[in-house]
Ligand binder design. Structure first.
Ligand SMILES: C[C@@](CO)(OP(=O)(O)O)[C@H](O)COP(=O)(O)OP(=O)(O)OC[C@H]1O[C@@H](n2ccc(N)nc2=O)[C@H](O)[C@@H]1O
Ligand SMILES: Nc1ncnc2c1ncn2[C@@H]1O[C@H](COP(=O)(O)OP(=O)(O)O)[C@@H](O)[C@H]1O
Length: 282
């Protein structure tokens, strides 16, 4: 029997770099949400383990053993087969965690197919710092390098995002290496039960500490932010280590209008409007 999992785009609404571990990894404080746009993983029974990749963003992505989908399958540490299909819709290496979302969706789908428990938390984290939060699939405050998760409730209903990627790959290690400070303050208490405007006012006094170093590496990110701001949303910021930026909107209709405008102005950019998910999508 086949089954499918949705691999939603991860968006870091805040991303504070608060310290650095002895191994060089940076400590983060991030409010993470998921957007209703993403990849799809489909798994079905097979004697051997194999991956096929389809979809508009699949070209150039290697389906070999290093693909995060196959690494996730091996994390179960069992000699089982499965035919895995990845429908790749999210740009690769773009700050919205596509690879991590694929790994998490593979873990969920194979746990169902093989009727096995998920791998241990350390094995999940070893696949990538964003894999635990992608497995949770709902709004969370993420700390440490990604292992410390606290669910976040009470965000305004109906929020939507426009995600824009200028088709420039920004290497994550280079962005962290270009940080000027690594001891920034954490985020302040996340408001609960407020409306979209007040939530955006809170977000505006938080940051993505990786935004300035990413812009220094890829100045086009500043153009993306300017294009989003020109659409009049509640807030615009970069996600993760870039280059994808998001615009936050009070509802999906406003986000869809903004996405249409940016798609017309910049047809070469990857632009999507999507709701903020309050719970994992099927
Ligand atoms: C920055 C974040 C925020 O959600 O998102 P993305 O930009 O990947 O979407 C993540 O922490 C990305 O975590 P992860 O996906 O595991 O990062 P990788 O690409 O494997 O990391 C590549 C390299 O970046 C540096 N790195 C990464 C994470 C971290 N907390 N500190 C670091 O210093 C390390 O040099 C690491 O070897
Ligand atoms: N299934 C996958 N999808 C995307 N990237 C993958 C996948 N498997 C391995 N990778 C590798 O992981 C790296 C990070 O990709 P991705 O998770 O898309 O980045 P980001 O977290 O910045 O959005 C890329 O360099 C890519 O080559």
């Amino acid at each position: 029997m086949a089954n499918e999992s949705f691999a939603a785009a991860k968006v870091n609404l805040t991303l504070h770099v608060t310290g650095r571990r002895a191994d060089g990894y940076h400590l983060l404080d991030s409010l993470v949400v998921f957007a209703g746009t993403g990849d799809r993983i489909r798994v079905s029974e097979s004697e051997s383990l194999g991956l096929t990749i389809t979809g508009p963003e699949g070209a150039g992505l290697d389906a070999g053993a290093d693909n995060l989908v196959l690494r996730a399958a091996r994390a179960f540490e069992v000699e089982r087969g499965a035919a895995i299909e990845l429908d790749k819709q999210l740009p690769v290496a773009s700050g919205i965690g596509g690879g991590s979302a694929d790994a998490a969706a593979t873990l969920s789908a194979l746990a169902r197919l093989w009727n096995l428990p998920l791998p241990a938390p350390d094995a999940v984290l070893a696949l990538g710092a964003d894999v635990p939060v992608c497995l949770a699939g709902r709004p969370a405050r993420m700390r440490g390098i990604g292992e410390r998760l606290d669910p976040v409730g009470g965000l305004p209903e109906g929020l939507a995002l426009v995600l824009v990627n200028p088709r420039v790959a920004v290497p994550t290690p280079a962005v962290f290496a270009a940080l000027e400070r690594r001891d920034n303050p954490p985020i302040t208490e996340i408001p609960k039960g407020c409306d979209a405007t007040d939530f955006a006012l809170w977000l505006a006094v938080q940051r993505n500490d990786l935004e300035a170093p990413a812009i220094a590496i890829a100045p086009v990110i500043a153009e993306v932010l300017a294009a989003l701001r020109a659409c009049g949303g509640l807030l615009s910021r970069m996600s993760g280590s870039g280059a994808t930026c998001f615009g936050l909107f009070a509802d999906l209709a406003a986000a869809t209008r903004a996405a249409r405008r940016i798609s017309i102005e910049k047809p070469g950019w990857w632009t999507r409007a999507a709701p903020v998910l309050s719970a994992p999508a099927a």
